[in-house]
Design a protein around this ligand. Structure first.
Ligand code: ATP
Length: 575
């Protein structure tokens, strides 16, 4: 158990939690003093040797134990809460960092609901586990050991009989643990599915409304809520199925040993003092045992979160050899690259090409032919299966992803904007730029005018995901980001897809400025925007079937030439 916790929390917090647990265990030991003093008081009472001095002595010991307990509990509890919260804060940051460095394939396999569940509910349950369950169960365990030893020491025969009866619970504890694990995992799965449905319901509301599917979608959400209710009840009932008989066994252990003890007393094999002392300790053991079983069952459920969190931490991260690298140049080369997102479904097939520094390489081809995948591999959002992708001669797989991305500006189809001001969205954490730089970038990207029309200009807060802006506005902001970043490699995917004709002209001019003297890879369906590219690569079903300049490809009379002719004809037809 501690090994698993150690993997998740930082060394300092782990040490602090361990220290706090020892303090709480010590609290458990001092708690036992009360039973001890009660034991001696009754012993003396039965023997007729109880004096006021003795009562005073026992009282002082109990008050002292209570004061020590107050100190231990206060210190231990505060420590465990503070270090637990600190550990969880650090774990949250670590998980965030960790996820950033996981291959995108991970997000394909784990849906958003599952991830949200792990990052919220499982982290909270894990916190609960380390700050409440572990200290409480450790303390109860100490009391259990203490009382077990005491009852055996007072009356070995009766003590062993009671322990023997309680031991019947041992296999049930194992079954209970397995049942909670099984139903607990199921309930977590259903909860993740429900979260996915909620996200889908909220995010897809516009689409559902336009297709009159709100009721249908709500039905799915409602069903997943009902499933969750069913699973939660199943979890409770499954745990109760084992906890209840264990509680009954523990409860009946007391009257059984009591009956045997009274019988022994009648037969004269045990005296009144011993019987009374045993009865008190045995009753205390019964109470503590019941509490322990309940806490144990709960902690088994909470411990599942530990496994969920470990499943993320144990996902292999994107490997790298070099933290930093000075590129000799920014030529990008693909050498016999194969790639598949899903096993057995090859998306890129033995691709080779060279995109030279200071040149613009355009990728064209039908939808699904693999153009965006090429950009995904350059940025290491995914890693190529076989073959090699180099920048300035260095295999991208050798370089730390953050360092690699420092050299790349991207304007992709899906622009995600943070819930922050327009200014921060353009600046994107770039500390070295002034407000003037941000405004200049916005002017170049043709978004200054619309920003100034917003109620608070650059200080206007955008809604999460940029929902409050149009597609074209979002795209222009992402172009401003790229202008500001001024990286030597520029990747453009459908950069002008959401713009009207006037805007597109302006943006194309801005893009020309930012892509000057850079290695540029551009995907555009409108061939007129990439006509003057140094190289055009034509993709078909994961292969590059043609490559060359616009003029060369037109002369060749192949696929590109056909696509270009169709585009011109469509234009004439429009006119
Ligand atoms: N994350 C993913 N998981 C699984 N398959 C994917 C994923 N992304 C893309 N694909 C598949 O890979 C193939 C190539 O996709 P890609 O996005 O590279 O094509 P594209 O040429 O850029 O298309 P478009 O012009 O429509 O953007 C498609 O069959 C697509 O369905």
């Amino acid at each position: 158990m501690f090994k698993r916790i150690k993997l998740l929390i930082d060394a300092e917090s782990y040490k602090e939690i361990k220290k706090a647990s020892f303090l709480l265990i010590a609290d458990g030991i001092f708690h036992g003093f009360n039973y001890g003093m009660l034991f001696f008081t009754l012993l003396n009472l039965v023997n007729g040797t109880l004096t006021s001095n003795k009562v005073l002595k026992y009282t002082i010991i109990m008050i002292a134990a209570s004061l020590i307990r107050y100190f231990l509990l206060n210190k231990g509890y505060t420590k465990v809460q503070i270090s637990g919260s600190k550990a969880i804060k650090n774990l949250r940051i670590r998980m965030g960092d960790y996820i950033r460095d996981i291959n995108m394939g991970f997000f394909n396999k784990n849906n958003i609901g599952e991830l949200t569940n792990i990052m919220t509910n499982d982290l909270r349950d894990f916190e609960q586990w380390i700050t409440h369950m572990i200290p409480t169960s450790s303390k109860l365990l100490v009391l259990l050991i203490y009382l077990t030893i005491t009852i055996i020491a007072i009356q070995p025969k009766l003590g062993l009989i009671q322990i023997g009866i309680i031991a019947v619970c041992l296999p049930l504890i194992g079954f209970c643990s397995d049942a909670i694990k099984k139903t607990g995992y199921m309930s977590k799965k259903v909860r993740a599915r429900m979260l996915s449905r909620v996200i889908e319901y909220v995010k897809g509301m516009e689409c559902f409304k336009s297709f009159n599917l709100v009721g249908e979608s709500f039905k799915n959400l409602k069903n997943s809520l009902l499933d969750l209710k069913k699973e939660s009840i199943r979890l409770e009932l499954n745990a109760a199925k084992y906890v209840m008989p264990m509680t009954i066994i523990i409860n009946i252990s007391f009257p059984i040993v009591m009956a045997i003890g009274v019988n022994d007393f009648i037969r004269g094999s045990i005296d009144a003092e011993n019987l009374m002392m045993f009865v008190i300790m045995s009753l205390a053991l019964t109470n503590i045992m019941r509490g322990f079983i309940k806490i144990y069952a709960e902690s088994r459920y909470f411990s599942l979160s530990c496994d969920k969190l470990l499943s993320i931490i144990e996902t292999p991260q994107i490997s790298h050899d070099l933290e930093k690298y000075n590129f000799k140049n920014y030529d990008i080369e693909f050498k016999n690259v194969d790639f598949e997102y899903i096993e057995g479904k090859q998306v890129l097939k033995n691709i080779s090409f060279l995109a030279k520094e200071n040149q613009r390489t355009a990728l064209v081809g039908e939808s699904g032919s693999g153009k965006s995948t090429v950009l995904n591999l350059i940025t290491r959002f995914w890693d190529a299966g076989s073959g090699e992708i180099t920048i300035g001669g260095l295999d991208v797989k050798k370089l730390y992803v953050d360092e690699l991305l420092r050299h790349i500006s991207m304007v992709f189809q899906d622009v995600y904007l943070l819930q922050d001001t327009i200014y921060e969205n353009i600046r994107m954490g770039n500390e070295n730029v002034s407000k003037e730089d941000v405004v200049n970038a916005a002017k170049l990207a043709n978004c200054h005018d619309f920003i100034m029309k917003l109620p608070e200009g650059y200080d206007t807060v955008i809604q999460e995901g940029g929902e409050s802006l149009s597609g074209g506005e979002k795209q222009r902001i992402s172009i401003a980001r790229a202008i500001l970043k001024d990286a030597p490699i520029v990747l453009l995917d459908e950069a002008t897809a959401s713009l009207d004709a006037d805007n597109e002209y302006e943006i194309q001019n801005a893009i020309k400025k930012i892509t000057k003297d850079k290695t540029v890879l551009v995907i555009a369906h409108r061939l007129n925007t990439i006509k003057d590219s140094d190289q055009i690569l034509v993709f078909e079903d994961g292969n590059i079937i043609e490559g060359g300049s616009h003029d060369e490809l037109i002369v060749k009379g192949g696929k590109y030439s056909g696509m270009y002719k169709s585009m011109c004809e469509a234009k004439e037809w429009q006119i």
